[in-house]
Each structure stands twice: as C-alpha cells, then as structure tokens.
Write a protein that binds this ligand. Structure first.
Ligand code: COA
Length: 180
C-alpha cells in the first residue's frame, strides 16, 4: 500500500521478507535510545532478527519503506495469537485471550519520522490483513509504559482501550483494540 505523508514523503507499506533483514538491522541500530527501550520484542542484530522469524511462523514483520531511497521508516511486528507469558495477567483483567481470535502488536517509527501519521497508516494496513485472517482483536506486545505519552495518545486515537495496569520496569498499561 502506498501512502503519502503530510511532508509529501511517499512510503510503501508491506510485509517484511527475508531479503530485508540487512536494511532492517540498519534501521534498528539507528533508532534513538528512547525509541529502542520502548521497542523490545527482539534484539537488534541480524542473527536475532532472522531467528525471530525463522523460529516462530506466527511472527510477521511489516515495514514502511521510503520510495525515494528504499530505506525503512517504520517497522512493526505482529504475533498471531497472544504472548503466553502475558496470558495470566490479561485474564486477571477479565480479558480472555485467544490464539485464534487475537493478534499481538509492536510498532516502531524512526525518530525523524514520528508524529507524521506513519503509525496510523501502518496500523490501518495491518488491521486489514488481520481482518482477512479472521482476527478480532489486537493486543499490545507487553503493554505500553505509562510514561510513553506519545504512544498512549496514538493508541487511544486509534481505537485502543486500557484493560488494566501492571508493574514491569515501572508502571504500564495493557491495551486492546477490537477490529471485528
Ligand atoms: C508510538 C508510535 C509507534 C506512533 O507512531 P507515529 O507515526 O509517531 O504516530 P502517528 O503520527 O500515527 O500518530 C500521532 C499521534 O500520536 C500522538 N502524539 C504524537 N506526538 C506526540 C507527543 N509529542 N506527545 C503526545 N502525543 C503525541 C498524537 O495523538 C498524534 O495524533 P495527532 O498528530 O493527530 O495529534 C511512534 O511514535 C514510535 O515508534 N514511538 C517510539 C517507539 C514506541 O513507543 N513504540 C510503542 C511501544 S508500546
């Protein structure tokens, strides 16, 4: 899917493939320390990226690629189903997660491109794909840190609601969005 940003930049949103791993590693390494510590589904070296996708067929990567030079401006991960180690916590909020109904989401946008609407477009694209796969809800990967105001505001604007709070390296929220 092609998208055009407020600053006229054109991006192609698409599924990540194995041949993207080099440039994905480059993208991950240039993120600021703040963004890095908020996006932690896997380590940032190429071997870890390759293992992450080879070892679990339920992990899917998505990228937004700058059409002018092919560089990656944003990267998001979907795990079909929910994270087992978050299951008890999610159930403690009265939410019953399902491996066939839910998907787990972790987005990141390059620092120089944040707040331009890329996160919105990425989510739109992924939601359409998830609906085709019959998924009904999107759960945040490991929740969101309560100090991450930009992300919380982004999620609330995009239809996520707070399920509950938990402590992990400080206070966090679990959030979920119903998509079908
Ligand atoms: C969270 C993130 C994925 C959102 O993507 P994005 O492309 O920056 O967000 P969008 O441009 O689509 O949405 C912008 C919205 O976020 C919110 N936002 C943006 N900048 C903000 C700021 N400085 N303070 C508070 N809210 C802000 C606003 O609600 C804004 O909507 P508006 O522009 O209509 O007012 C991205 O900022 C990011 O990668 N952050 C660092 C990593 C991270 O936190 N990942 C999520 C971990 S749970």
């Amino acid at each position: 899917m092609l998208i055009e940003l407020k600053n006229n930049k054109q991006l192609l949103v698409r599924l990540l493939t194995g041949t993207d791993h080099d440039k994905l590693t480059h993208y991950l390494l240039q993120l600021s320390p703040e963004t890095k510590k908020r996006f932690e589904p896997h380590p940032f070296d190429k071997a870890a990226v390759s293992h992450f996708y080879q070892d679990n067929p339920f992990n899917h990567g998505y990228i937004a690629e700058d059409t002018s030079d092919g560089s990656i401006a944003a990267y998001a991960i979907i795990r079909l189903g929910y994270l087992e180690h978050d299951g008890d916590r999610l159930r403690s909020f009265g939410f019953i997660p399902g491996h066939f109904t839910d998907a787990t989401y972790a987005p990141s946008v390059a620092d120089y491109c944040q707040s331009l609407g890329i996160g919105y477009h990425l989510l739109q694209f992924i939601e359409k794909e998830l609906k085709i796969m019959g998924r009904k809800r999107i759960i945040l990967w490991g929740g969101v840190q309560q100090g991450n105001e930009k992300a919380i505001s982004h999620y609330l604007k995009n239809g996520f609601t707070v399920l509950g709070e938990f402590q992990y390296n400080g206070p966090n929220y679990d959030m979920v969005k119903t998509i079908g």
